[in-house]
Design a protein around this ligand. Structure first.
Ligand code: NAD
Length: 334
C-alpha cells in the first residue's frame, strides 16, 4: 500500500504507518502551500499510484474517486465536506475521519477570546504597540485605564448557542468562572444541560439577557444568518459576542456595524466570510474586536490527536478490522 499524506501528521505516526508496511509520502499542505481543489488531486493520485490519501482540506470529490484506484480515504476533519462520501460509498471505498480532534483546542480558544474581549486585551496591547499612547503623567495614565476598562465574568450571564461537542467543553470551563449559563439549542438533551448547570433558553431571551454570547452551531441552512441585524439588536450595549463556529451564522455586515457604532461592546472572532484572513480584514479597524485567523483548532495536540486516530483506523483497515471512525460502514458489509 502506498499513501500520500497532505494533512499535518506527526513523525511518530508516519513511522507507525511505515512499520505497518505502508509506503508513506508526506507532503503537508503547510509545507507545500498547496490546497488541491476540484479535480486537481486526480493527477497527483494517479501519478503517484497511491492507494490511501490522508488529507485535511484537499477535495476528493466524485471525479477524483472515479478516476483513481484509491482503497481508503482518510480526512482529519470531523465532518469532511471536502470528500464525496456518496461517491466513495458507491465505489466501496471506506472513508475515515477524526471527529473531535480539535474540540479542546476550540473550547480553549473560545475561553481566551471571552477573557481577552471582556478585559480589552487587544485594545490595551494595540495602544502600546502602535506607540500612540505615551504616559507622561497621571492624566495620561488615567485615560489609559479609562479606555481599557473591562468587566469581570463572575456573576455574569453567558449565553451559549449550540451545546454540541465544543459548546459543552466551553460550558464546562465556564463553570469555574461562577457565571449563569443560558443555552439555546433546540436539539440538546436535558441531561446535557443539567451536567453543566445550564438553563435552556429561547434565542431572543438569551440575546437580551447575556453579557457574553458565544456561538457553537454548525453551518447549515437553518443556522445561516441566525444572528441577523435584528437579533444582534437584541443584545445589551455592554455585551460581547464570540464566534469560533462559522461566519455564515452571523450577518457579518450587521455585526461590523453593531461593533463600529458600539451597539454592542465587543467581539472575539475566529471565523470570517473571506478566509484566509489577512491584514485587510475590516474588523481589524475596530479596537473592540479581537481577530484570530481561524486558529481554533491550531494546536500541537490537535495534530497529535488526528495522527493517532487516523493511524489507528488505517491499521485496523489493513488488518481487516472495522475502523472506529468510519463514515460509510456499509462498504464493509461482506
Ligand atoms: P456539534 O455538531 O458537536 O454541535 C453543534 C450543536 O449545535 C449541536 O448541539 C446542535 O444540536 C446545535 N444546533 C444545530 N442546529 C442548531 C440551531 N439551528 N440552533 C441552535 N443550535 C443548533 O459541533 P461542534 O463540533 O461542537 O462544532 C461547533 C462549530 O464549531 C461548528 O460550526 C464547527 O464548524 C466549528 N468549528 C470551528 C473550528 C475553528 O477552528 N474555529 C474548529 C472546529 C469546529
Amino acid at each position: 500500500m502506498k499513501a500520500l499524506v497532505t494533512a499535518p501528521f506527526t513523525e511518530a505516526c508516519l513511522n507507525e504507518l511505515r512499520e505497518a508496511g505502508v509506503e508513506v509520502e508526506y507532503r503537508s499542505w503547510r509545507d507545500t502551500g498547496k490546497l488541491h481543489l476540484g479535480d486537481s488531486m486526480l493527477e497527483v493520485i494517479s501519478q503517484g499510484d497511491y492507494d490511501i490519501v490522508i488529507v485535511e482540506g484537499d477535495e476528493i470529490k466524485e471525479e477524483v474517486i472515479q478516476g483513481t484506484d484509491l482503497k481508503l480515504i482518510a480526512c482529519v476533519r470531523g465532518g469532511p465536506n471536502n470528500i464525496s462520501i456518496e461517491a466513495a460509498t458507491k465505489k466501496g471505498i471506506p472513508v475515515v475521519s477524526a471527529p473531535g480532534r480539535n474540540t479542546t483546542a476550540v473550547a480553549e480558544l473560545t475561553i481566551s477570546l471571552i477573557l481577552s474581549t471582556a478585559r480589552r486585551l487587544t485594545r490595551a496591547d494595540r495602544l502600546l504597540v502602535r506607540d500612540e499612547f505615551m504616559v507622561d503623567d497621571f492624566g495620561d495614565f488615567g485615560r489609559l485605564h479609562e479606555s481599557t476598562i473591562g468587566f469581570e465574568l463572575s456573576g455574569k450571564t453567558v449565553g451559549i448557542i449550540g451545546l454540541g461537542q465544543i459548546g459543552l467543553e466551553v460550558a464546562k470551563r465556564l463553570c469555574a468562572f461562577d457565571v449563569r449559563l443560558l443555552v439555546y439549542d433546540p436539539y440538546v438533551a436535558e441531561d446535557k444541560l443539567k451536567s453543566v448547570g445550564a438553563t435552556e433558553s429561547g434565542l431572543d431571551d438569551l440575546l437580551q439577557e447575556s453579557d457574553v454570547v458565544t456561538i457553537h452551531v454548525p453551518a447549515t441552512e437553518e443556522t445561516r444568518g441566525l444572528l441577523s441585524a435584528e437579533k444582534l439588536g437584541l443584545m445589551k450595549e455592554t455585551s460581547i459576542l464570540i464566534n469560533t463556529s462559522r461566519a455564515s451564522v452571523t450577518d457579518e455586515d450587521a455585526l461590523f456595524e453593531a461593533l463600529k457604532s458600539k451597539r454592542i461592546a465587543g467581539a472575539g472572532l475566529d471565523v470570517f466570510t473571506m478566509e484566509p484572513v489577512d491584514c485587510d480584514n475590516i474588523f481589524l479597524e475596530l479596537d473592540n474586536v479581537t481577530v484570530t485567523p481561524h486558529i481554533g483548532g491550531n494546536t500541537r495536540e490537535t495534530i497529535e490527536r488526528q495522527s493517532e486516530m487516523l493511524t489507528k483506523d488505517i491499521k485496523a483497515f489493513l488488518n481487516g478490522e472495522k475502523p472506529l471512525h468510519i463514515l460509510n460502514p456499509e462498504v464493509l458489509k461482506g
